[in-house]
Design a binder for this molecule. Structure first.
Ligand SMILES: Cc1ncc(C[n+]2csc(CCOP(=O)(O)OP(=O)(O)O)c2C)c(N)n1
Length: 615
């Protein structure tokens, strides 16, 4: 039996002899590589945190203590050590283990995660709950230097430092976000140096002199004066943290000692740990960015199948072309240059490309400033991460109706990343922004045309929402707010974006059953007067709206409201969408089926609308 096979919990990790720990880390790495090579997932970040996770389980008991992983993409070792090894081959698959911490999966997962920079706030909340309820457990936040570029992390840090609550923030510093980390945090972290003896001395000194108050006060003044001149303070200690480190994050013994020490300090501690992203595997160490998030690959060589064309790369190429003829165009990313297809733009126009770190709210406000002063900012961002910028969308862009373009990638269901990453709330929050127009391309050529239109012809806030992955059977391009894709007489089906593909498949199936569906595709969902929808509904008397967004703020509601206002007599209507928007992980086709949005689901929904009436 391998060492790994003997472990089901933190308690088992504690039972291991010291000489078993390094082999355990080797087994964990091998296990992660083998599994992720089959299922896909986050590789480099997990290989970099193996020792850190083992050390955490040596010191804490995750079934009682609360270990809050920031983003949670680095929590694989934690999951494997806490009873999920046997099922780990189902990682990110439908009904399998999630790629992020999930309390419903195990008590050991302290909190749901997926979006960056909130771990310190969450951990502080838990520490405060512990104090108020007079309970006893430890609280730890594990946050990367990339996540530290997000403003939310600082809100948490300043509050945690001032709170005096005993809690440990472990800064996992690998000098990388997904790609190279950016901004002032990088140089600040680089300048930090180890001061191992200082904290120990401080404790001894307090104990020794506190019994003689006058001497203590005098010495304290001298010490503060000396400290101010001799010791390089850093932002964390200035805030009020007990700063420890940096500690080598691959030296198990030192790491365990440091974490044990941090746990004993009765106040907020920041333990700075240095790790190497992709550690322990040749190809991931060489190119940690490439292996940050992967689909299946060859575990021996690291080779991956060539990527097929997708909306993100089409967007990136189209934006480069626009920038060639329009000097106002600048591009913004929040630490997602390659994911959003902006890497080509970054290489071609480095002066006009801005990576702001994991700071979506800042990116939106900065876009507002740029737009006010005559640039045309294009912020390419994943739909679910743009949620972070909601107030800035309204306050810094919408209120002045500024011309900023939002390329909203990963709209709709994204698949194996699951509920934290599905882009299903954007229609709701974007349509509330004053002046916002929302375009929904259904194919690559339509994306190109809508992007040029947004940049060159619009003059207020514009969003273009498109999904992860590639185009389907619809490959035309139409810039109309709505158009009739297919004429029919029995029912009206309204859709937009790539949803059109399964709607057309459903219309084909219905035709075989002699049900004739009129398909209306919306190009721009907000604003839209729905003239053609009204006309069609007046003819067919039946409405089906298919959308891969949550029900709040869905287009179906708007179409129905318009029909009501215009007294259209509808016999039956059905809105198929994602309800509260909480959809689990799995492949996109599986999830579409689950939600009734695949061709089969739409066909039977249409059948139900017709049934009992036709005869
Ligand atoms: C709000 C938000 N924006 C963007 C992302 C996408 N994202 C996931 S991991 C990551 C990099 C995190 O870097 P770091 O915290 O240093 O962790 P590492 O992967 O280096 O271990 C980013 C940008 C996210 N999860 N949340």
């Amino acid at each position: 039996m391998s060492i790994l096979e003997s472990i089901q919990s933190s308690a088992d990790v504690k039972k291991l002899r010291r000489d078993q720990l390094e082999p355990l880390c080797g087994e964990l790495r091998e296990f992660i590589i083998q599994n992720v090579s089959q299922t896909g997932g986050h590789l480099s970040s997990n290989l970099g945190t193996v020792e850190l996770t083992v050390a955490l389980h040596r010191v804490y008991d995750s079934s009682v203590d609360r270990i809050v992983f920031d983003v949670g993409h680095q929590s694989y070792s934690h999951k494997i050590l806490t009873g999920r090894r046997d099922r780990f081959d189902s990682l990110r698959q439908y009904q399998g283990i999630s790629g992020f911490p999930k309390p419903y999966e195990a008590q050991d997962d302290a909190f749901i995660a997926g979006h960056a920079s909130n771990s310190v706030s969450v951990a502080l909340g838990m520490a405060r709950a512990r104090s108020l309820k007079h309970e006893y457990y430890q609280v730890v936040a594990v946050i990367g230097d990339g996540a530290m570029t997000g403003g939310l992390a600082y809100e948490g840090l300043t509050n945690a430092a001032a709170s005096g609550e005993p809690m440990v923030v472990i800064l996992n510093d690998n000098n990388m976000s997904i790609s190279e980390n950016v901004g002032g945090t990088v140089s600040m972290l680089q300048s930090l140096r180890s001061r191992p003896g200082y904290i120990n001395f401080k404790r001894w000194y307090r104990n020794a002199f506190s019994r003689i108050p006058a001497l203590y006060r005098f010495n304290h003044k001298v010490k503060e004066w000396l400290k101010a001149r001799l010791l390089s303070e850093n932002m964390f200690s200035e805030m009020g943290f007990n700063y420890l480190g940096p500690v080598d994050g691959h030296d198990l013994e030192r790491l365990e000692t440091a974490i044990r020490y941090a746990r004993e300090i009765r106040g907020p501690v920041l333990l700075h740990v240095l790790t190497k992203k992709g550690k322990g595997c040749e190809y991931t160490e060489k190119d940690p960015e490439r292996y940050h998030g992967v689909s299946a690959f060859d575990p021996q060589t690291g080779e991956m199948p060539a990527a097929s064309a997708c909306f993100s790369t089409v967007f990136g190429e189209a934006l480069c072309k626009l920038a060639e003829r329009d000097e106002r165009v600048v591009a913004i990313t929040a630490a997602m240059a390659s994911g959003t297809g902006l890497d080509a733009f970054a290489a071609k126009y480095p002066q006009r490309f801005f990576d702001v770190g994991i700071a979506e709210g800042h990116a939106v406000a900065m876009a507002g400033g740029m737009a006010k002063q005559g640039l045309c900012p294009v912020f390419a961002v994943y739909s679910s991460f743009l949620q972070r910028g909601y107030d800035m969308l309204i306050h810094d862009v919408g209120l002045q109706k500024l011309h900023a373009v939002f390329a909203v990638d990963r709209a709709g269901l994204v698949g194996s990343d699951g509920e934290t990453h599905h882009g299903v709330f954007d229609l709701d929050y974007l349509s509330a922004v004053p002046g916002m127009r929302i375009w929904c391309p259904a194919g690559f050529e339509e994306l190109r045309q809508m992007l040029s239109h947004a940049v060159e012809e619009e003059n207020g806030p514009v969003a273009i929402r498109y999904p992860r992955g590639g185009e389907g059977r619809y490959r035309d391009a139409c810039l109309e707010p709505e158009h009739v894709l297919r004429e029919g007489k029995d029912l009206t089906i309204v859709c937009y974006g790539t949803m059109v593909n399964s709607v057309l498949d459903a219309a084909d199936r219905l035709a075989e059953e002699e049900i004739s569906a009129e398909v209306i595709k919306l190009g721009c969902v907000t604003p839209n007067s729905f003239e053609l929808c009204i006309k069609s509904m007046s003819k067919t008397g039946r409405l089906l709206v298919a959308e891969d967004v949550c029900s709040a703020g869905c287009v179906g509601d708007c179409v129905l409201a318009e029909a009501g206002l215009r007294s259209v007599k509808l016999r039956k209507a059905k809105l198929i969408n994602l309800g509260d928007g909480l959809v689990t992980h799995g492949s996109v086709p599986e999830l579409m089926k689950l939600c009734g949005l695949d061709a089969e689901g739409l066909t039977s929904a249409a059948r139900e609308l017709i049934s009992g009436e036709q005869a």
